[in-house]
Design a protein around this ligand. Structure first.
Ligand code: NAP
Length: 511
């Protein structure tokens, strides 16, 4: 049972639950504006927390094999799965999630933990990685080289965005913990309740070694002043904050590795063959509507730009509009200030493109609802490709030929994902090759997978997540490839029998 009074979130640092000074920031229910929790990190010993993780958590994790660490992930998944209803309720109250929205965040996190529990178990008793096998280096066949990956000896600092408080925490933590690297997580304050509550369930269950997992409730404060060479920082959020973090003098000074997952103006492309009335046209319309409405469009992977042949544009606009009319409940965005930012973005788009649809809703100043909005732009209208409006907003952009469609997709400046809808296999394959350089993932949909594909916006643990350019130039997940971020690659040179022995204790993982 969840209390009606605002709860005070504590941080878990150096193996203890601790409360920050002062009243802290308010976390609201975006459907009502009511304060549901408070969080402050003021006065907390963040330097001590990082030190404890490095000195106590890291060595304890690295004494275990991959399979033993994978077993811990399985136990975390079980503990979280047993209290799913509670997590859904927090997701409703603190993120305004519909049940379907909460499932992506909560069930997606548990599924990701289970995925790494299973694939990690298959790595057996090894505790480090190999990139290929031993190779002869000189005339003397006994002198060989082997590339291995050893876990970094610092701490993984995970700074996450507000839109996925559960999935964001666990998709990153699962990989770091499996790699043998302790985690200090910093969820976005606005929706930190769920991440903190889940972490408490895991610490209460006593699954992980001491110091392996910590969480900061409230702002990052001076956390970045205490990072050290050997740490790894993985950030998810806006490109502006990503830039601040990357450029932070201490982060630069200590030369720590940084992965940035930032914002993205993703595109979905309707093929020239996919005329109105064809099954693939309907699949495209359904996907655009799903991406606009799921989590009220607050997904870094959401379709912002629907690229369509000019001749089909009227039919596409009509079909999306009527599907939006029929769409179920759309959740509020995360906060009234976020709503105001989305409305400002809609006004800016209105100056450049044509508003072709706006769903009506009752205005309530305290609630953070935004009525879905669809725009149309013909050709290259800059604001459409430059401004990420983080809400239920998309633009139908017309193209003349595939070359223009690919150029428009690239105008996002580097994106997390593009999808292509066509029944023409040659066009689908050509599109993947054309879009690959500017996208981290490309989803190709023809009618044969119309009902079975997982969706444009859904990130799978087995596939790479991240994107070039504006999307942050980051890479996460990708199955066990993700382990490499937490390992240092080292070229070991020496006598063949020694390298053979080393190789026999490592597990080979594609990079
Ligand atoms: P944000 O404002 O950039 O904040 C992200 C995180 O950074 C929060 O935890 C925030 O903490 C923290 N932060 C802010 N300033 C910081 C600083 N100077 N030093 C250290 N940490 C700092 O982003 P958001 O509003 O939470 O999330 C929305 C954005 O995230 C969208 O642009 C979306 O596209 C992007 N996103 C990208 C992905 C991806 O995988 N590529 C996934 C989800 C979201 P506080 O909350 O305490 O300020």
């Amino acid at each position: 049972m969840i209390a009606a009074e605002p709860i005070v979130l504590e941080s878990y640092l150096a193996g203890k639950w601790v409360r920050g000074d002062g009243e802290g920031a308010a976390l609201v229910d975006p459907a009502t504006g009511e304060t549901v929790a408070r969080a402050s990190s003021d006065g907390l010993d963040l330097a001590g927390a990082l030190r404890y993780a490095r000195e106590i958590g890291g060595p304890a994790l690295r004494r275990l094999s991959f399979a033993e660490r994978a077993e811990l992930l399985g136990k975390i998944a079980d503990v979280l799965a047993a209290r799913k209803d509670e997590w859904h309720e927090i997701a409703r109250r603190n993120s305004g999630n519909t049940p379907a929205d909460a499932a992506i965040d909560v069930d997606g996190a548990i599924g990701t933990l289970k995925y790494f529990a299973k694939t990690g178990a298959a790595l057996g008793s090894a505790s480090f990685l190999a990139d290929g096998g031993p190779q002869r280096l000189a005339r003397d066949a006994n002198f060989q080289g082997l590339h291995i990956g050893v876990p970094i000896d610092g701490v993984a600092i995970h700074i996450n965005a507000y839109n996925f408080p559960s999935w964001g925490l666990w998709e990153k933590a699962a990989v770091a913990l499996l790699a043998g690297v302790p985690v200090v997580a910093k969820p976005a304050t606005a929706t930190a309740w769920l991440a903190v509550a889940m972490t408490r369930a895991v610490t209460d269950a006593g699954i992980l070694p001491d110091g392996a997992l910590s969480i900061i409730a409230g702002s990052a404060g001076d956390l970045l002043l205490f990072v050290k060479f050997g740490d790894a920082l993985a950030f998810t959020g806006s490109s502006e904050t990503g830039e601040t973090i990357r450029e932070h003098p201490h982060v630069r000074g200590e030369n720590i590795r940084v992965n940035v997952e930032a914002d993205s103006l993703n595109a979905s492309l309707l093929g020239p063959d996919a005329a109105p009335g064809t099954p693939v046209f309907d699949l495209f319309v359904r996907e655009v509507v799903r991406e606009m409405t799921t989590k009220a469009g607050q997904k870094c992977t959401a379709i912002r730009r629907a690229l369509v042949p000019a001749a089909f544009a009227d039919a596409v606009v009509a079909a999306i509009s009527s599907a939006l009319d029929a769409a179920p409940e759309v959740a509020p965005v995360v906060s009234p200030s976020s709503r105001d930012a989305v409305e400002a973005g809609i006004r800016a788009l209105q100056e450049a493109a044509t508003l072709v649809y706006r769903r009506r809703h009752g205005a309530d100043e305290k609630a953070a609802y935004v009525a879905p909005a669809l725009f149309r732009a013909d050709g290259d209208v800059p604001v459409v490709h430059d401004a990420e409006i983080f809400g239920p907003v998309a633009t139908v952009v017309t193209y003349r030929d595939p070359a223009e469609a690919y150029a428009l997709a690239r105008r996002g400046g580097g994106s997390l994902v593009a999808s292509v809808f066509s029944a023409d296999p040659a066009f689908l394959a050509a599109s993947a090759a054309a879009l690959g350089a500017s996208h981290g993932r490309v989803l190709l949909v023809d009618p044969s997978i119309g009902e079975s594909h997982t969706g444009h916006g859904i990130v799978l643990p087995s596939c790479l997540h991240g994107g070039p350019g504006r999307a942050g130039n980051g890479e996460e997940l990708g199955g066990l490839r993700g382990l490499w971020f937490y390992h240092q690659r080292t070229a070991v040179q020496g006598p063949a029998p020694v390298l053979a022995e080393l190789a026999s204790r490592a597990v080979e993982i594609a990079r």
